[in-house]
Each structure stands twice: as C-alpha cells, then as structure tokens.
Design a protein around this ligand. Structure first.
Ligand SMILES: Nc1nc2c(ncn2[C@@H]2O[C@H](COP(=O)(O)OP(=O)(O)OP(=O)(O)O)[C@@H](O)[C@H]2O)c(=O)[nH]1
Length: 384
C-alpha cells in the first residue's frame, strides 16, 4: 500500500456500473430495460464479447455512438488493457466535447467473466481511479439454472459474491420452492447484496434503485462509509454461518454435501479492532495477505483507526491490488475502531485475525514473514 494518504476530495468522478452474470442469465435484457428508463439518458455502454465477431451489442437498444464493443477475449483475462484505454479515451473525448455528454458508464461483461480482475483493473489504474469510481456491481442469476451454475462454475460464485445487487431473473420459469432455495443460497453467499427477484419479460427493474442507493452523497460527493462497508451485516452474518455445521447436507441438491460446492469456499466476515493500529503493522498485514494469498482475497474494504492519524482511513482492494488509502474528513460515528470486511476464497476469519495479532507483537520483518507463512499456507485440498 502507498504510504501517502490522500485526503478524500470532492471531485466528481464518473460512476461505473458493472453488469455481470452467467451465460444467458439476462444481462442484455436487464441492460436494455435500464437504458429505456428516463433516469438513464447520458449513459455510455461498454460491452465485452467473446469470439471474433460480437453480436450481443446489436441487441442493445441505444444510439451507436453511446456503445463501445470490446471483443476478441474476456475482460478478466485478455482485454483489460483495452478497458483502461477505452476509459481513458472516453474521458478525454468527454472533456474535449467530442462525444455527447455522458454521466455514467455501464460495463457488461461476458457470461464467463471472473469479475475480480475487472474490479481490480478499475481500482488499480491511477488514471481510472482518479476520474472514475466503481459504483456498483449488478449480477444477474438465472432462477432456472442458477443453482447448477453455482455448483459447477467458480466464476458464477464470484459473480454472486462480489455483487451489490443480485438480480434473480426468470422467476416466471420456476416454482416458489426452487426460487426460495436459490434466494437463501445467494443470501448466504453474499449477505449485503440487495436481492431482486424479477421476470424481466414483465417486471421493470426500477433504475432508481440503482441511482438512489449508491454510497456517495450526490450533493457533497463524499463517501457514506456505513452504507459502503455494511460492517454490521457482516458481523451478524458471521454468527449465522458459525451455527451451520460444515458436514450438513446441502438443501440445494439432495446428494451433494456443501464441501463439493464452490460457495462453501467463499467466506465473508468483518474484523473489528478497537485499539489504534500502527500504520506499518497494517501495511505489513496487507502485504503478507496479498503476497501469500492475493488470489483468494476477492474483496477487502475497511475503515481503519491508526496511531498516526486522528482521522479514519479508508482502505480497499481486490485480490493483490490495493487502492491508495484515503483519509476521511471525519469519523462516521462516535465510535473509533477499525472495521475491515473481507470476502475471501477459503481464508478463515480467525487466520486473518491471528495474523494481525502476530504482527502487532512481532518486532522484525522476518518474524512477521514467518508468522504469515505458517498461517497463510493454502490448504492442499483447495477446490478451484
Ligand atoms: N422468461 C424469461 N426469460 C428471460 C428473462 N430474462 C431474460 N430472459 C431471456 O433469456 C435469454 C437470455 O437473455 P440475455 O439477456 O441475452 O442473457 P445474457 O446474460 O445477456 O446472455 P449472454 O450474453 O449470452 O451471456 C433471452 O432469450 C431473454 O429474453 C426472464 O426474467 N424471464
């Protein structure tokens, strides 16, 4: 992490909404619904398609100058540089008034995209992070095939785990029990996402839900930390999860125990620390986590209380990439404490907590590294 702590500023940054979801789950249908609604004028759309010649963009009902196609590979692996270049170009064309003014960007990924590298790209690149902000991730989940896709594809699990909004589509095609079971599974996988259940052929997904539930105050452009972090939800969720026996048979399929499903590997929790932390300790903690298990740190975000500053500092990362920390102008509540939310793949809360305690005690870098090595070696049976 960068030692310089920039102050939160009030500069307008263009919001980016990422629409993801497994193959055929309704991304394009949702996108079209959103674009038809009055609040969505001035939206630029970036569509990523697999294959040599993309056709999905032809199905998107918007003016051709408001849509950009990234083809020839998946955003999460091949065309990340294209995304950065496209966003840079869009920003300068908008500044130079070479394009109609737009106030937000929607990025539709391919159905096979792992969203983590996409989010990482958005927070890592200095230019992008200065001029844009990742506003929300919307994930469509097919009510018919969702359960099976979560069983079979790690990408589907990550798409659901990293969402702010989970849109359960095609509910007209399943019975109430199937729908309720999938809903419960999604809730367990992602305790903070808002779950919407829709028949996209009939129901309108109200765009105001998106526009009004973001984590920024539109007037002041400041981050609403409580809303952004939702630490209370994670703290409550942990108790629910701890009460579930790991050997319990899954309610989703009659034969498979939890341990055969991808989502048993997803852990979501919040670590609270009430004493102020040395910045160096915090930095070492993140360094060790990212060095040894960066790939499995799907999302980290938090507010931290340090010895060096009276003000709270916001940290956030996706896998091994961390955004430069930002100092807020004030504490959001009277209570001063660090709260860091993690979504991991197979890293337990107690391991990350133990590492922090070891680092607080350790005097040298060597001590810190060996504590981390012992605690963070990945289990050999990690299901990928
Ligand atoms: N019955 C029903 N069909 C839906 C619903 N949502 C989407 N569909 C249909 O599902 C099919 C796939 O929808 P798309 O919007 O193309 O899905 P997608 O996620 O963009 O698909 P890919 O880009 O191929 O991954 C289309 O035929 C849609 O009309 C729904 O809520 N109910």
């Amino acid at each position: 992490m960068n030692k310089q702590l920039p102050q939160e500023n009030s500069l307008f940054r263009l919001p980016i909404y990422v629409i993801t979801g497994f193959l055929g789950s309704g991304k394009t249908t949702l996108l079209n619904q959103l674009l038809r609604q009055p609040g969505m004028q001035q939206t630029m759309v970036i569509v990523n398609e697999l294959g040599e010649i993309g056709i999905d963009h032809l199905l998107i009902e918007t003016n051709t100058e408001d849509i950009i196609l990234l083809e020839g590979g998946c955003l999460c692996c091949y065309v990340r540089t294209d995304l950065i270049q496209t966003l840079e170009k869009l920003f300068s064309q908008r500044e130079g008034k070479e394009l109609p003014e737009f106030v937000r960007i929607l990025v539709e990924t391919t159905g096979l995209a792992d969203p983590a590298p996409v989010l990482r790209t958005l927070i890592h690149d200095r230019f992008i992070a200065t001029h844009y902000r990742l506003e929300a991730v919307l994930t469509t989940v097919d009510a018919v095939y969702g359960n099976q896709q979560l069983n079979d594809y790690d990408e589907a699990v990550k798409q659901a785990a990293l969402a702010n909004h989970l849109i359960l589509t095609k509910i007209d095609q399943v019975d109430a029990t199937t729908q309720a079971i999938l809903q419960q599974r999604l809730r367990r996988l992602n305790p903070t996402a808002v779950i919407h259940e829709v028949n996209l052929h009939q129901d309108q997904f109200d765009v105001n839900i998106l526009l009004n539930t973001n984590c920024y105050n539109n007037q002041t452009q400041q981050l609403d930390v409580k809303k952004w972090l939702q630490a209370d939800v994670y703290l409550g969720h942990q108790e629910v999860i701890s009460a579930i026996s790991p050997t319990q048979v899954s309610p989703f399929t009659t034969h498979q125990p939890y341990s055969h499903q991808h989502d048993i590997y997803i852990k979501t929790f919040c670590i609270e620390h009430h004493e102020p932390l040395h910045w160096l300790t915090l930095e070492r903690w993140i360094q060790q986590l990212t060095r040894l298990r960066g790939k499995d740190l799907l999302r980290t975000k938090g507010i931290v209380y340090t010895i060096e500053s009276d003000l709270p500092i916001i940290i956030q990362g996706v896998q091994h990439i961390f955004h430069p920390p930002v100092t807020l102008k004030a504490w959001p509540t009277q209570q001063r404490c660090s709260q860091i939310v993690f979504i991991t793949r197979n890293i337990e809360k107690n391991i990350i907590e133990q590492l922090l305690h070891e680092l607080i005690k350790s005097k040298t870098v060597i001590e810190a590294c060996s504590a981390a090595l012992i605690l963070l070696s990945p289990p050999t049976d990690l299901h990928r």
